[in-house]
Design a protein around this ligand. Structure first.
Ligand code: PLP
Length: 391
């Protein structure tokens, strides 16, 4: 494969200039202006195609602009988009029922993003326990609003915004004893991503999560699983917790929930729920968002994407382990949530892949994150591996 010559076209350059002038420059973006997509492919405004192994950060699980998702959004938009939670709607009630079924939890609260889901989980834990504090794990990422930010590990994200909701209390990954030691009579909940996403695809062990569950039960501490990134088939199960056989008291979800339509939620077990007036969101669970989520869940079921994600994930990881990539420390993951840890920063590989028609993302600096739409094919995986082989 020869490297595509990428000179930024003047049309892309114009958009990038406009962004530079009018948008707050808080993002480090790739020099790429995207316009359309379908399945696992996205196209830039010059018509160049890319295999998308980012999926809008584990969001487009059913692929870009899936016809059934588009149709469901169109149909609902024509009927009713938003009414607030002063009223009931059919899509919200139906989605809640469906989510209870696939999460195995008891009740749902709807919001609009991952960080909002974490805020809701924190408020629910505080109001149900009467306690104030939280224990989180090193390298955790739970979001950027003040509450969620206090549970996010990266100093760079946190320090400039202090004081936060609490003093930091982070314990090492896979260390149950550290959690036992960190819990005090003020601890409302422990929050864990069963597999850390932003932190570098770090997988917690079965034994650890089981032990954390036991410690939480023993101390009357709630256990929150942050499944914002791992949910909706990303790891080959509806939710990552199924891999571990451990049930949380509260779980968060967002990213892939609406198939690309922004939406978030928490689910909680029997006996743990907000009471009237304790929390609210104007847009939470709008008929439009719920129609998108229902369609997205339906696609995952009808196209058997949980099985497909498992098979493609295994294939992807075995191919990645086969090739002799320079400086690979470890290939790890579950389903299509894959990390390739390198012994150096991976920004140059991301650049090379982009020039060769593959979108990749680098998380935690040294870990290439591979999180394509779950509809990715073997042939597309082979093309991605071929590009990585050259990198
Ligand atoms: C992305 C993410 C969040 C934050 O979600 P936003 O929608 O960006 O606010 C929270 N937790 C986890 C595990 C995430 O991956």
């Amino acid at each position: 494969m020869t490297e595509q010559v990428i000179s930024r076209s003047s049309s892309q350059e114009a958009v990038i200039q406009k962004d530079a002038k009018y948008v707050m420059q808080n993002y480090g973006r790739q020099p790429l202006v995207l316009e359309s997509g379908d399945g696992c492919i996205v196209r830039d405004i010059d018509g160049r195609e890319y295999i998308d192994c980012v999926a809008g950060i584990a969001v487009n699980n059913v692929g870009h602009s899936h016809p059934k998702l588009v149709e469901a959004i169109k149909k609902q938009a024509e009927k009713l988009m938003h009414v607030s939670n002063l009223y009931y709607t059919v899509p919200q009630a139906e989605l809640a029922e469906k989510l209870v079924k696939i999460t195995g939890m008891s009740r749902i609260f709807f919001c609009n993003s991952g960080t909002e889901a974490v805020e809701a989980a924190m408020k629910l834990a505080r109001v149900k326990t009467g306690k104030t504090d939280f224990v989180a794990v090193e390298h955790a990422f739970h979001g950027r609003t003040m509450g969620a930010l206090s549970l996010t590990y990266k100093e760079m994200y946190r320090t400039p915004f202090k004081p936060l909701v609490q003093e930091e209390k982070f314990v090492p990954c896979n260390d149950a004893e550290a959690i036992a030691n960190a819990i005090t009579d003020k601890t409302a909940a422990v929050i864990i991503e069963p597999i850390q996403g932003e932190g570098g695809i770090n997988i917690h062990s079965d034994a650890y999560l089981k032990e954390v569950r036991r410690i939480c039960d023993e101390t009357g501490t709630l256990l929150i699983f942050d499944e914002v990134q791992t949910g909706f088939g990303r790891t080959g199960k509806w939710f990552c917790k199924e891999h571990f056989g451990v049930e949380p008291d509260i779980m968060t979800m967002a990213k892939a929930m609406g198939g690309g339509f922004p939406m978030g939620a928490i689910a909680a077990r029997e006996g743990i729920a907000f009471e009237r007036g304790q929390h609210a969101a104007t847009f939470g669970g709008s008929p439009l968002a719920c129609a998108a989520a229902l369609a997205s869940i339906d696609i995952i079921e009808k196209e058997d994407l949980l099985r497909h994600a498992t098979e493609m994930g295994d294939y992807f990881m075995s191919r990645l382990k086969d090739i002799s990539l320079n400086g690979v420390v470890e290939v790890r993951g579950r389903g299509l949530m894959i990390g390739v840890e390198l012994d150096r920063k991976c920004a140059d590989i991301v650049d090379f892949a982009l020039k060769n028609g593959v979108l990749l993302n680098c998380t935690s600096e040294k870990v290439l994150r591979i999180a394509p739409p779950l509809v990715i094919t073997k042939e597309q995986i082979d093309s991605v591996v071929a590009v990585l082989e050259q990198a």
